[in-house]
Write a protein that binds this ligand. Sequence first.
Ligand code: ADP
Length: 310
Amino acid sequence: MIVSVTMNPSVDISYPLDTLVINDVNRCDQVRKTAGGKGLNVTRVIHQMNEKVVSTGLLGGMLGAFIRENLSKEGINHHFSDIEGDTRNCIAILHDDGKQTEVLESGPVISEEELVAFETIFLNLAKTSQVVTLSGSLPKGVPVDYYSQLLTLLSDSQTKVILDTSGDSLKCALTGEHKPYAIKPNSDELQALIGEKVTEDYTNLPDMLTHPLFDGVALIMVSLGKDGAFVKYEDSFYRVKIPTISVKNPVGSGDSSVAGLAIGLAKELPIEDTLKYAMTLGMLNAMEDTTGSVDVTQFNQIYDRIFIDK
Ligand code: ADP
């Protein structure tokens, strides 16, 4: 079983418009509303791959109910903790040939009692599962070291934790006592962590990944978009090469590759196969219009075209 955590989910609304007219009424007849947030993308992709997953985190208000209903309709297991505040909307206006204007609500403020209630649910689900994914930003009211606190809660269990976040909450988790098993920064996130630029030929990645900040993290997968990934697993480095594909929408590809890592780790696959799973799902997501969605019928065809140099 894989547990996927989304602390700051959203209902993602997209408004496709030919032209966005500022300071006037814009009418839209093709509204799309989906359960959003990085962890929910991870959940959906694992479910589409027909692997066991349960989604948890914090939900409140009518939009929280919408997300629960949406997951149930898709047949996805979920057990979220209730909050007083309202789950947020994130709005993307797609306009003028490929432009995207976003309005992102900051979301509810979480109380200490609400976090305690969540932790009971989290521990019950997580301590008996093989893999936990922690994805995305933390809502207001949640301490910046909260992912570190969740890692401490799991420190007595065998559960492997994949942490996919950025900024201070990632730094806190890496400097805490109990490290995540795996992280998946992209090159911008890695750059922000270490304060050094990833070179265009990627030759400085081995040095960057041996930075003391990563001590104790078994698996670091630096995803490189169309260039695949560079990975440190235990004391070895891997360059994962992927074929060129026709890309429709790469948003959510990082989350889909986290889903692949989680599946590989839950199945206890060899590291090379786990990395191929991660790349394949990232690519399959990029080949779809919908964020956090893959066409599983194309899995083998992509998987067989990925090569790894150790
Ligand atoms: P993030 O969304 O976190 O920035 P990436 O953009 O690196 O992550 O994407 C994660 C993975 O998805 C990549 O390692 C790759 O396998 C796949 N992917 C993303 N963008 C592309 C692309 N343009 N072409 C091929 N594969 C892609």
